[in-house]
Design a protein. Structure first.
Length: 301
C-alpha cells in the first residue's frame, strides 16, 4: 500500500539567511529535501505534496519538482494568507506565515489517506521513513504517530534551536510536547534551555525531541481547521509574529479531541540547517553518503 509525504517548504528561513529549502547542498546540486523524498520513495511512499509559496512554484519545479515527478506522484499546495480561514484578515504589516498547522491544512484538498509530515530543511534518515511507513499502514481515525530523536543529535553548535520535547506513558504513547524555543549548548557542551534565564535550564541529552516528523489521517484536517480558527481569534497573541505549530495542535487534540499518538523510536541519523554555519557539515555528510554508495550519483535518473 502506498502513502503520501507532505513536505513543508514555505518557511522563510530567517535564521539561516535565505531560502534554505532550495539551497543546493548535494555533490550534484541536490537540495536537502530531495534526500527525504528519495528515502521515502524507497520506503514505499508513492506520492509527495510540497507546501510552498506561490512565488517559489516555477523555480521549485525546475530545481527538483519535475525530476521527482518522473518517479512519484507530485502535488503542490500554497501557504499564503489567502488560504487562511474565511473571515480572517491578517494585519497589513504581517509577513511571517502562521505556522506549521496552517501549512498542513493548505494541503487538505490533495490528501485523502494517511500521510506523513516533514520539514524541508531537515535530514531524517532512511530508517525513519521505513518506520513511519509501517505506522501509516495501521493508522485510522484519531490515531497518529511521531518519530522521535535523541535531543543531543538535534542541536546546533552555532546558536539556539526550537524543539518539541516529548513525554510518553508506559505504553509508548505521547503524553505531551513542550515547544521549547531556545535550546543550545553552554560552554561545557551541556544542553540547556535558555528561554527563561541567561544561564539556562539543563536538559537531558537523551530527551526525546520532535523534529516535526508526524503521521496523521485526514481526520486531522477538520479538527485542525477548528483549532486554527480558535487560535486566530485569540486577542492575547502578538499579531505580527504568533504562529500555531504542530506540537501545540497535537497537544490540544490529545487533550480535547481524543487523539492518540504512538512515539516511534529510530536509530536514524538526523541533521539539518538552522544557521548558515551549519551548511558545511551538511554538505560533508551528503558527500560522504554518495561516496559510500548509500545514494546513487544522481537521485532521479
Amino acid at each position: 500500500m502506498g502513502a503520501t509525504l507532505l513536505v513543508m517548504a514555505a518557511g522563510m528561513g530567517s535564521r539561516y539567511g535565505g531560502d534554505k529549502q532550495i539551497d543546493r547542498l548535494g555533490p550534484n546540486g541536490e537540495i536537502l529535501m530531495e534526500y527525504s523524498v528519495y528515502d521515502a520513495m524507497l520506503a514505499g511512499f508513492d506520492k509527495v505534496v510540497f507546501v510552498i509559496k506561490k512565488g517559489m512554484y516555477a523555480s521549485f519545479r525546475a530545481i527538483t519538482g519535475d525530476a521527482i515527478a518522473k518517479k512519484m506522484q507530485v502535488a503542490y499546495a500554497f501557504q499564503e494568507f489567502d488560504s487562511l480561514p474565511e473571515g480572517f484578515t491578517p494585519p497589513p504589516d504581517r509577513t511571517k506565515p502562521y505556522g506549521t498547522v496552517h501549512a498542513v491544512l493548505c494541503a487538505r484538498n490533495v490528501i485523502d489517506s494517511p500521510f506523513a509530515v516533514i520539514n524541508a530543511d531537515d535530514y531524517y534518515g532512511r530508517e525513519a521513513f521505513i518506520t513511519m511507513k509501517a505506522s501509516l499502514d495501521t493508522l485510522s481515525g484519531q490515531k497518529a504517530s511521531m518519530v522521535a530523536y535523541a535531543l543531543e543529535n538535534t542541536v546546533s553548535e552555532h546558536g539556539t534551536v526550537t524543539r518539541g520535547l516529548c513525554t510518553t506513558d508506559m505504553h509508548g504513547h505521547l503524553v505531551g510536547v513542550t515547544e521549547t524555543y531556545k535550546i543550545g549548548l553552554d560552554t561545557s557542551g551541556a544542553i540547556r534551555d535558555f528561554a527563561s534565564s541567561p544561564e539556562g535550564v539543563l536538559l537531558p541529552r537523551d530527551a526525546m525531541a520532535s523534529m516535526n516528523f508526524w503521521g496523521f489521517t485526514p481526520w486531522l484536517f477538520e479538527e485542525g481547521d477548528k483549532a486554527l480558527r480558535a487560535f486566530l481569534s485569540r486577542q492575547d497573541l502578538d499579531p505580527l509574529k504568533a504562529e500555531y505549530v504542530l506540537p501545540t495542535l497535537v497537544n490540544d487534540l490529545m487533550k480535547h479531541a481524543g487523539m492518540t499518538v504512538d512515539v516511534l523510536r529510530t536509530n536514524a541519523v538526523w541533521f539539518g540547517m538552522t544557521y548558515r554555519e551549519d551548511r558545511p557539515l551538511v554538505v560533508a555528510h551528503l558527500r560522504d553518503m554518495h561516496e559510500k554508495g548509500f545514494y546513487p550519483e544522481h537521485l532521479w535518473n
